[in-house]
Design a protein around this ligand. Sequence first.
Ligand code: GDP
Ligand code: IMO
Ligand code: MG
Length: 423
Amino acid sequence: MKVDVLLGLQWGDEGKGKVVDVLTPKYDVVARFQGGPNAGHTLEFEGQKYVLRSIPSGIFQGNKVNIIGNGVVLDPALFKAEAEALEASGHPLKERLHISKKAHLILPTHRILDAAYEAAKGDAKVGTTGKGIGPTYTDKVSRNGVRVGDILHNFEQKYAAAKARHEQILKSLNYEYDLTELEKAWLEGIEYLKQFHFVDSEHEINNLLKDGKSVLCEGAQGTMLDIDFGSYPFVTSSNTVCAGACTGLGVAPNRIGEVYGIFKAYCTRVGAGPFPSELFDETGDKIGALGHEFGAVTGRKRRCGWIDLVALKYSVMVNGVTKLIMMKSDVLDTFDAIKACVAYKVNGEEIDYFPYDITEGVEPVYAELPGWKTDMTKMQSEDEFPEEFNAYLTFLEEQLGVQIKIVSVGPDRAQTIERYTEE
Ligand code: GDP
Ligand code: IMO
Ligand code: MG
């Protein structure tokens, strides 16, 4: 069997959680392969809304195995809060959730270091989620990390050594902090974690594949936030691209099957960093208001703009996307005209490829299409799509060279339309 991968093609918050939940009935296993509680994946069904941070979005549909892979960074305190809230709302997960022993732990001091490094950057700050993501991956790469498996072996010693090292750094930065409450909640989280299955997830996944089981890998963040291919340095600290599923789960590249690339009908970004098609006018405000564009984790206002096909083409390329999924189409229901960025003007020259640096001097070049001016939120099938909406889909497919297989017309699980286009 192959594994399918679903990942974001923009700057995150494309609607990954919703679609993973929708697709879960087709799979036996759902696995997260990177990121951590910087993610906020929202699902809505039966009038309830859930936001997941570290737990895969396959936890609600049927009794599927959900795996937190080795590429993920886990904060025990935040995990405990998330898991307890799910259990309390009638969604037990102890038996179904497996956690890789090789996943790295976010320590309380990682969160403080995140804040200290941001403060030291001043105006150049990344605008991180403040969850300790960068410092935890830094420790992983510099071979100083503490892993989930360490909870079972010499944990106190390993934790004390990492904490002492972090405190040295914080001292050198003259950064004032109080660890008491954070550490208390974190140690409670460590105790809580012990009741879950710690696994060698690379063995587990490959054995499941051998047994003919199907696996859906759930990405976090988006390609434009990838540590290698995103708008560096305004990125997260993991590989959000498809290859991250190989390293973050122990799945060989030739095991990758479908790659679902998910994008919004427009574009958003939260935090600092370049965003060529950002709108600073009332159109941007309108998209933000209609799309409720506020961060699922931090509550921060998301910056809004038109769809950026230069960036999307690049994302399709680096991920090898085989199927596209368009989200939040309904947000554009009332617009007279829809714009799409088809090229960048850099130093007066028009380019249609994603350049090395988009920090400055990149001007979007737009194509304009007529809006569909129709409420799409109750539509059930593609037969109901207005002509102008179909024209928008066709235009995007031609530009991106991949078919759009799923269209989302609202936040609810039920507001999802599969298209039956010829392969
Ligand atoms: P993720 O991080 O990729 O899982 O996305 P988020 O959950 O952070 O952000 C997506 C937001 O859009 C959530 O509030 C979803 O409930 C909402 N959403 C998802 N799909 C649609 C859609 O088709 N239409 C509308 N209006 N909202 C949607
Ligand atoms: P989901 O999975 C949107 C952004 C932050 C910041 C940068 C680095 O919900 O799509 P970090 O805390 O990772 O060091 O922050 O990345 N960011 C996200 N933006 N959605 C996310 O996750 C994000 N995770 C991180 O805003 O600009
Ligand atoms: Mg999100």
